[in-house]
Each structure stands twice: as structure tokens, then as C-alpha cells.
Design a protein around this ligand. Sequence first.
Ligand code: MEV
Length: 449
Amino acid sequence: MTQPIKGFSKLSKEAKIEWLTDQYFDNSEAAIELLKSYWHQDPKTQKLHDEFIENTLSNYYMPFGVAPNFLIDGHLYSIPMAIEESSVVAAAAKSASYWMERGGFKTSIISTKKVGHVHFIYKGSAEKLESFFKKVEPKLYADTESITANMRARGGGIQSIKLINKTKDLEDYWQIEALFDTRDSMGANFINSCLEQFSQSLQREIKLEDSFSEEERNIQVVMCILSNYTPECIVRAEVSCPISELNGDQGISPEEFAFKFERAVKIAQIEPYRATTHNKGIMNGVDAVIIATGNDFRAVEAACHTYASRDGQYRSLTHCEVKDGQFRFWIEIPLALGTVGGLTRLHPMVKFSLELLQNPNAEELMSIVASSGLAQNFAALRALTTTGIQKGHMKMHLLNILNQLEATEEEKEEIVSFFKDKVVSHSAAVNKFCELRGIENPEKVKKDQ
Ligand code: MEV
């Protein structure tokens, strides 16, 4: 029976580990050893990681790979990707080379505004609040001047502030909606600080209004928070080429490939079951770069999925057109990213990733991430509409299977070479492994897996 604990966060790291392993593990010694084996050898670097979050016990490794040959707006990038799923980096690299030979990725930044709200309850006359807001709006800018000074010096700041009447959707519900330009920072702290100041200014100023009743003056601020939905922070990335230059792969003609590919995108436009998997594949490419560059992949995920359902139905984030002998394939997604602040100068691997990308500004990083998402979707649809996804996927997964079986390096080499021209399945891999080891009952090994 495990026991609850008070004051866990106050314990030292060692004491936390001791308590936990004692409570939850039969072999606490082994659990402690495992956790410690993932500590960084340099105590200073470990301390840095410990302090990123709370109650840190150890580090959680994730493979860090790179997809070279991404030609984006005329610049050649090697894109860093942190992801645990096999095939994703290979798919990105394959797409990158394919499109490098056909002009590369062309991107444009459609908008870069971020948004936040003061959500509040006001019981009273709408006209009175609206005319009061006009009067108070300059004060909202003035009261946030010290918060926005640095951002304004960098060319950003508050872009607009407006009052929104939401009482039709929810009784007495109003918003102050503000748009922000946060330049190269993601800007969450900046936005939230401004919003909290708006809330205070609003409550202070309305108290001074004699024309308002007591109830009207008693505005209740429910919360002040940025929105991770950023439909005004959009990037577009596109690839295109004459249909005749589409090398359809695996014996299918360029025309048939273009037709099937376009259909696949159209299916994801109209069928939410397919759209979800289609967009998941896009997010493989997006999240891996977001994580490698120290950005918030949960925020980006949330924004992309809301954007994908902005007309009321969940749809594909990519689009395809096959017309007048041309193949065009593009993505349009909201990406609120930062290349300064947050983890960007703290996490050594994030610093490395940004340097590898030649220290992009936020807009350049938007272009890189969107291209990675598009590349990933191209690779998935190319495989799905030709050979099927499992052929390549299982080849990449073969090493995971062999590692699970604890195959030696020689065994791995021999088995990988055996499957070069064969279809990989979990069962076939185990059979081959057993054959090599002279194990008579592969079924038992499969059951143990
Ligand atoms: C797997 O992680 C992603 C795919 O399922 C995406 C897709 O189906 O488009 C291959």
C-alpha cells in the first residue's frame, strides 16, 4: 500500500528519489541506479536541467536527429528534429532531397499577431460600457508603457485593444481582446502581464464612473490569459513542379501519382477520420522541430487543430492542386514561435539547434517548421498512394524490434541485410532472429515481447 506524502517538493532530489523508489518499486536499488544513470555527467548542466521544471528526478532522453538538404526560400538547411518515432527523420530527409531537385520550398509569412483576452462579467447597459471603453482605451496603453517599453524598442508591442460583447453566447460575458506583436519572442509572459494590467486599469477606472450603478461598477474579472489559438500568426509553405517531373515511384506514372496524391489530400479535406491521421503526420514534422528549438509543442498542436476545424469541420492542414500540367502542394498553419527568450538561450541542445539553423528569427523559424510539416505530409502521402506505408516504416522499425530482442550488433547487421529486399513484419523479424540463434520455438519469444 503506497502512502500519500506532504511536502514532497521540499525534499532534496536524493530524498525524493528514495521515497518514490521505496514506495513504488520492488527493486528500489535498480530504480535508483537507472534514474542516476540518466543524470548528466557535468553537475552544472544537470542543475540547469533540474531547474527547468519542478520535482526533477532525472532526464528523459529523446533521440535528436537531423534532416539535411532542405532548400527553403533559397537557403539550404539541415533541420534538427527531436522525436522518438522511427521513420519521421528519414521521411523528412527523403522529401527534402526530392524537393531540392525541384526548386525547394517557397514560404511566406501571412501574419504574425498574437492574441490575448481579459474575460470578464459585467451586469449592465452595453451602450454605457462601450462608450466608457472608448474613453478608457488610451489609459490601457498608457498603464502598460513600462511593460511594453522593451518590446516597442524592438518594433513590437500592443497592436490593438477592443471590447467584445459576448453576452449572446454567455450571460453578462465580455472580453477585452488585444493583439500583440512580440517580435522574435513567443511572448506569453509579455502578453499575460499586459492583460493583467488591463484588468487592473479597467476595474480602477470603472469605479470612478459616476454614471454607472453600483452593480455596473462591480466588474468581475474571471481571467486574463493569452490565447494559444493564433489565426493571425500564419505561415504558408509550398512546393510545386510540372506534373511530368513528378517521379511517381514504384512503377506508377507521374499523372497517376498526381491524381492519387491530390485525391488523398481531398479525402483529408472532407473526412475527419482521415484528416486526423493526415494532420498527425504533419505534426510529426512540426513538433520534432518545435521541440528541438525549445518551443512549446502543446501550444502549436492546440493552435493547429483549432485552425484545422475553423469552419466547423476538422480538415486537412495541407492543400493540393493539379492544374494546367502543374502540381502544387502547400500548407497553411498558425505557428506562434520564439527564437529569443524561454529555453532558447538556456538549453544547450536548443542553442545548438538554433545555431545549426543559422540563428533564425521567429519568421524564418516559422518557414522552416512549416516546410518540415509539409515535407512530412508529402512523404507520408507519397508512400501511402504508392507502396503503402508499412514497407518503409517496418524497415525503420526493424532496429527497434531487434533491440527489444537484445540482438547483438552482428545479428542486427545480418538481419537488416536479410530484409533488404523483403517485407518486414514483427513476426518475420522474430523468426529470423530465432533461426540465427538456433531458438526452436519462436512463438515463445513472440509471447515474451
Ligand atoms: C504516422 O506517424 C503518420 C502517418 O500515419 C501519417 C498519414 O497517414 O498521413 C503515416
